[in-house]
Design a binder for this molecule. Structure first.
Ligand code: GLN
Length: 249
């Protein structure tokens, strides 16, 4: 009899664990993270592996929470929706915490300051934002860069990835790219001198981790971990590793 009960329990446990593997909050020992590995140096692919500053931060947080990190690589807008609906515990993808997004998703404390930057071809007549008037500009879909361009009345071409947005520029299909500053530098550096990043910040933004709205317990846990990582100098170390300018205050 005891054996049967033990077996039944073991079976139930296995089923529960398997169900937990589907993502979301079901498995207490796993922190499920959605990202879009097209955003160097925050998240990008090195072969099959997803690496980058956000991945290092996520691993450090998971470790502090005593959880195993499980990363899913999907489109940026899907990562946001996935975290907002609770399909994934978090989205960590260089996500800017905006008032609009705060309406339907939870955010942790900020962990990085960023801005939108302009990429042009090396021989471009565009030297500043003022020269963008009447131009066609590419960007990544669903991002604050896209929002900036729409708000300012530019003719916009949106792509799934920043890499495609910059390909449109080098192919002469658009006049400029607007994307987050550090990513602009990373993407532009791969163009063998064909493109340059203008030294002008278009916006002031802060990256934070996305959760389901009202998931205050998880937000508090992550904020605790972030504060510790900051105090320990671990955040500064991670940003330095990826050559990301960081003001530790
Ligand atoms: N920071 C920008 C945003 O939140 C871009 C993020 C991204 O493309 N991964 O919209």
């Amino acid at each position: 009899m005891k054996k049967i009960i033990a077996l039944t329990l073991a079976l139930m446990l296995t089923v529960c664990c398997l169900a937990g593997c589907g993502g979301g909050e079901a498995n207490e020992n796993t922190l499920t993270m959605a990202t879009n590995a097209e955003f160097p140096p925050f998240e990008y692919l090195e072969g099959e592996e997803i690496v980058g500053a956000d991945v290092d931060i996520a691993n450090a947080i998971a470790e502090k929470l005593g959880k195993t990190l499980e990363i899913t690589n999907i489109d940026f807008d899907a990562a946001l929706t996935g975290a907002a609906t609770g399909k994934y515990d978090v989205a960590i993808a260089g996500v800017t915490a905006t008032d609009e997004r705060r309406q339907n998703m939870g955010f942790t404390d900020d962990y990085y300051t960023a801005s939108q930057a302009i990429i042009v071809t090396a021989d471009s007549a565009i030297k500043s934002a003022a020269d963008l008037t009447g131009k066609t500009v590419s960007c990544q879909e669903g991002t604050t860069g896209e929002q900036y361009l729409l708000d300012n009345g530019y003719s916009v071409q949106s792509f799934k990835t920043g890499a495609e947005a910059i390909s449109a520029l080098t192919a002469g299909k658009v006049d400029a790219v607007v994307i987050d500053d550090a990513v602009a530098r990373a993407l532009s550096s791969k163009q063998e001198g064909k493109t340059v990043v203008l030294d002008e910040a278009l916006t002031e933004e802060a990256y934070a981790i996305v959760t389901k709205l009202g998931n205050d317990e998880l937000i508090a846990e992550i904020n605790g971990a972030l504060a510790e990582l900051k105090a320990e100098g671990k955040l500064a170390e991670i940003f330095e590793k990826y050559e990301l300018p960081y003001d530790a205050e």
